[in-house]
Ligand binder design. Sequence first.
Ligand code: TRP
Length: 378
Amino acid sequence: MGKIILTGDRPTGRLHLGHYVGSLRRRVELQNSGEFEKIFIMIADAQALTDNADNPEKVRQNVIEVALDYLSAGLDPERSTLFVQSQVPQLCELAFYYMNLVTVQRLQRNPTVKAEIQLRGFSENTAEGDTTQRQGIPAGFFTYPISQAADITAFGATTVPAGEDQEPMIEQTREIVHKFNSTYGPTLVEPEILLPDNAACMRLPGTDGKAKMSKSLGNCIYLSDTADEVKKKVMGMYTDPDHLRVEDPGKVEGNTVFTYLDAFCRPEHFAAYLPEYASLDELKAHYRRGGLGDVKVKRLLIAVLNEVLDPIRERRRHYEARIGEVYAMLEEGSRKAREAAAATLDDVREAMKINYFDDKELIAAQTQAFAEKIKNQE
Ligand code: TRP
């Protein structure tokens, strides 16, 4: 059986370098490897609405931004099906059946959901009179891991390239698959997560050194940032606060500029931009010894980032002039996605025996049972 990819992003903002090294770059490589029978990339607008019910306009405006980011990063609609979640109603149907296979207690234990409840201020155990956090947890938000299981299994995905924050979702999906298959017979495919292969890519910090890039913290470098914006952001980046003078020995661990170099720098970049060093290890050793200033390292990072981002910017300019075509591409992708999901739904209904009208045996058996009843009454 061929391998199938499904993954996606919530359209709540433009995509940034954290998305890029965490998953997007990998998707493009996987797409170009030709190893996969099918690739589905989903703009998860319905999931975005689970915690943005009051701001649908934000989601609506960002569908195109994410589509542009996908195309700019090198996803190719000829080889990957790009689609919009809300346009595939089969996903809701599937999620509704899965709800019966998951307990409220199990959902409450999902670490990603737990963390997001805190982050969004949805927490229900707040002091009385606390008006900021009294809204409670929307049921749709609480159950989004189930909807995510539907996203993945509807396409028979074997492989989900994603960041480590998605691990609890894949785990929960696998549990649902087991439960479904053991209850109704083997029907669904069990997916595996494909994590980034290097620690820096796993969790790229923000430019301020904080754990994660996040729009609300204002510490992101976006794929759509100009060269000038990137330069400004890198020059203002968090390094080693104790590395005051060039001669001081510096720390590389927890130094954001070096973390970014770990994620982006390749040996050939040294020949091109900093030929006095042979490798990142040599540069790090010099920084640790002392005598290497932050600005020099930052200049290297700017050059490396622009080398990565230039072709992305160029493709974005191309597609920004063709918004109608991009929507048409998403519409066609959504049509293909509906077709694939509908085929899975046929299998699911058959396994659950809720395919009444196709079930000739059921109709024949009941016809006979009622005929006997009528006969006995005569
Ligand atoms: N949860 C993902 C995010 O926050 C988006 C998403 C929805 C997704 N469904 C998915 C990712 C299925 C992978 C597989 O960005």
